[in-house]
Design a binder for this molecule. Structure first.
Ligand SMILES: [Zn+2]
Length: 406
């Protein structure tokens, strides 16, 4: 119930702000010190409040006496708003993994995201081709800390973004650029979605893979762990991802595709988790003007390229059957392969079965088309490359397709 309260508080703020201003908010570099936030001032204490407080405070002396009619009006308004909030929250599959909700405030990005350096824009802590002049991917959100402990370390509790099951905990920070991290499986609209929480200092005592967790349940404490980067205290953050899982047989594929390379995390290697944009998801699910569907969001990804794979039985088809399209020809003749639309990050968001008569090439993988404007806008996964005026799958693209169809 406390969850409902927080969502509705934030929704009220949204309604006041009228629409998502944050999408068009200017990128303004600000120094690290300016980003520090005093939690008390911004009132996230609502989490612990009783649900009865929802718009129905005990009347103060100034409110008495209240007429019967007024009482009825106040009560029905409160009941209605509780009902409306419950309805609105039903379309929010995910909640923020920390008490930092500044994404929902106008210009709040500066307090929400941890940029890579004090002179870098907030977008460098957001999802997508946001690093190295657009050439490097950042696959999640770096959500800035709000609390600092006695030793200057981040102290924010990290919470499950939705109901789910813990599937993986890495507590050997030297084995990953994620440092200590947790992966949780969620089922949203029938789809398996995996949230990931990285750079943690500690995981809640007793938390183990296989355990169910509730949305908002504390799973860990924010930290600065990583085997690749030094995360300075001013930009301490949780790195948060929302992913689709590419292949259950990742570990076996990795052995053949990257011989001699270590894989310490089985299928919970970041390469097997393809990220969606959590910022877009948070903003869209919070927009009271439009009903949010995660499935529609995934189905409407911008296509980077389309590939044909001569494979008919790979795990993704069973995990995400709602992304498989219908083709009467293949239904009649049988399926010889799949034509797959990938977004810039390699997320397969539409899979069309193809009949033998519809496939001309004998090649195992074939690049059918490239959306050049999308490649220009979001080139950082380097999935396709132009050679001699012809588009081809680049090594990265080939790996992505091989893993998908493995
Ligand atoms: Zn990050």
């Amino acid at each position: 119930m406390s969850r409902l309260r927080i969502r509705c508080d934030a929704q009220t703020k949204m309604l006041k702000a009228n629409k998502f201003q944050s999408i068009a908010a200017p990128e303004k570099p600000v120094n690290g010190a300016a980003r520090r936030v005093d939690t008390d001032k911004h009132g996230f204490q609502g989490r612990g409040e009783s649900p009865q407080g929802h718009g129905l405070r005990q009347p103060s002396a100034a409110f008495r006496p209240v007429s019967r009619l007024a009482e009825t009006l106040i009560f029905s308004t409160a009941v209605w708003s509780l009902f409306a909030c419950a309805n609105l929250s039903a379309q929010e599959p995910f909640q923020f993994p920390t008490a930092n909700h500044f994404l929902y405030e106008r210009g709040g990005e500066l307090n929400f995201f941890a940029p890579t350096a004090p002179d870098k824009p907030w977008t460098s802590g957001s999802f997508g081709c946001v690093r190295n002049d657009g050439q490097r991917l950042h696959e999640g959100l770096d959500i800035l800390h709000l609390k600092t402990g006695r030793l200057g370390e981040p102290a924010d509790p990290v919470m499950a973004a939705a109901d789910g099951t813990v599937v993986y905990i890495n507590m050997k920070p030297s084995l990953s650029n994620y440092g200590n991290y947790v992966v949780i499986r969620h089922i949203v609209e029938g789809m398996e979605i995996y949230s990931l929480y990285a750079h943690l200092s500690a995981v809640r005592a007793g938390l183990q893979a296989g355990q169910p967790v509730k949305a908002g349940e504390v799973i860990a404490t924010m930290g600065r762990t990583s085997n690749a980067e030094v995360i300075e205290p001013w930009r301490a953050h949780v790195h948060f991802e929302l992913n689709v899982l590419v292949n259950d047989n990742f570990a076996a594929w990795f052995k053949t595709a990257s011989p001699g390379e270590r894989n310490d995390h089985g299928e919970w290697n970041g390469q097997n988790l393809n990220g969606l944009d959590p910022r877009e998801i948070f903003l869209r699910e919070h927009n009271p003007a439009a009903k949010f569907s995660l499935l529609d969001f995934i189905r409407s990804q911008t296509e980077l390229c389309r590939v044909l794979v001569r494979a008919t039985n790979f795990p993704y088809l069973k995990r995400y059957p709602m992304l498989v399209l219908r083709n009467p020809v293949a239904e009649k003749e049988g399926v010889a392969g799949y034509e797959i639309a990938l977004n810039f990050n390699g997320v397969a968001f539409a899979l069309m079965p193809r009949a033998p008569s519809e496939i001309k090439s004998a090649a195992k993988f074939q690049l059918l088309s490239v959306n050049e404007s999308e490649e220009k806008a979001n080139p950082c996964r380097h999935l396709v490359v132009q050679r001699g005026g012809k588009w081809q799958l680049a090594n990265e693209g080939l790996r992505e397709v091989e893993l998908l169809a493995y």
